[in-house]
Design a protein. Structure first.
Length: 332
């Protein structure tokens, strides 16, 4: 059996001759000398063991075997062209796939406008968003099933690069008929002995509320717990208690028609952070998304109500450095 290991340039030569039905015209189209093109076609014929073209003084006709070779050459060239276009787009960051892990409130409230801005220049990139608890986000970034993570942290997790992007502030959510709903702001102390709808202990929101209630010595009334944001909203709407939620959660509770009032004394904020594993290489598409997310705190992407921009702070390998400030405050 003759060797069928043909080069792309040889396949292009064969197709060009078949299309032009002329060696001189095909050579001109390829920018080659006619003698060079003839030698290339002859090399292909020797390799496949059959004549591809019947040459006369007036024309060049494709043989039966040649027509089969030309058809296969067209298929290979089309596949090759598509693969090279994909590779070019991948290297330019406009093709490929990016996976993000995020807390549900961040996946629904912070990511959509950022991804809409990203899509404008990266239409060929497929983005997958996995929402989950903070521990799940950390695990996905560590094991490489997510390129990036968006979560809430109070300090740098081991082995991950962390960038603080924005902050949101806690609000009271309650029914419209609650006297607290008419206030301009509510102190955490006003929640003393009130029935309360709490997030599951595994939630990052619960960690913040438990901490401030303990620090302020505030005891609650009957507590009803739920993991899902929508469940918390439904329980509050049913009159089972009030709740405390950060700004990025508020849009997700719109279905329950709840009143929302800023919580003060103290004002409690969450640090919303982007994380990635510095030991895992980034694709160009993921690098482009990382750069765009960095602009969240700098005004590059519109932010939902209740979210404030803040100086970007990074933690890398246990070292804290702040962008635009001498030293970052404690991110609690």
């Amino acid at each position: 059996m003759p060797s069928m290991d043909l080069e792309i340039r040889q396949l292009r030569a064969v197709v060009a001759v078949a299309d032009a039905a002329s060696f001189s015209d095909a050579a001109a189209a390829l920018g080659l000398a006619q003698s060079s093109l003839s030698r290339t076609v002859q090399a292909v014929e020797r390799r496949v063991g059959v004549a591809l073209f019947r040459r006369t003084t007036r024309s060049v006709q494709t043989t039966t075997e040649g027509a089969e070779v030309v058809a296969l050459a067209r298929h290979v060239l089309a596949e090759h062209g598509a693969a090279m276009a994909h590779l070019t787009g991948y290297l330019a960051g406009v093709r490929g796939h990016v996976t993000i892990a995020a807390l549900p409130s961040l996946a629904a409230g912070l990511l959509p406008p950022a991804l809409a801005a990203y899509r404008e220049n990266h239409r060929g990139v497929t983005v997958t968003v996995h929402d989950g608890l903070s521990t799940e986000v950390l695990d996905r970034v560590r094991d490489g099933t997510a390129d990036l993570g968006l979560t809430v942290l109070t300090g740098p997790p081991a082995g991950l690069h962390v960038t603080r992007l924005v902050r949101d502030t806690f609000h009271l959510v309650t029914r419209d008929d609650d006297p607290l709903a008419a206030r301009g702001s509510v102190a955490w102390a006003d929640l003393r002995d009130r029935a309360f709808v709490a997030f599951d202990p595994s939630s990052s929101i619960r960690a913040h509320t438990d901490r401030v209630l303990a620090e302020q010595g505030i005891g609650l009334g009957p507590v009803t717990g739920a993991r899902n944001i929508l469940a918390v909203g439904g329980l509050v709407a049913a009159g089972l208690g009030v709740s405390a939620v950060p700004g990025l959660v508020l849009p997700l509770l719109g279905f329950a028609n709840l009143a929302r009032v800023p919580l003060r004394d103290p004002e409690v904020r969450r640090d919303v952070c982007m994380i990635h594993n510095p030991r895992r290489p980034f694709s160009p598409a993921a690098s482009a998304l990382l750069r765009l997310l960095h602009t969240l705190g700098a005004g590059g992407v519109a932010l939902p109500p209740g979210v404030e921009r803040t100086a970007r702070v990074e933690w890398a390998a246990g070292t804290e450095r702040a962008a635009g400030v001498a030293r970052a405050a404690d991110p609690s």
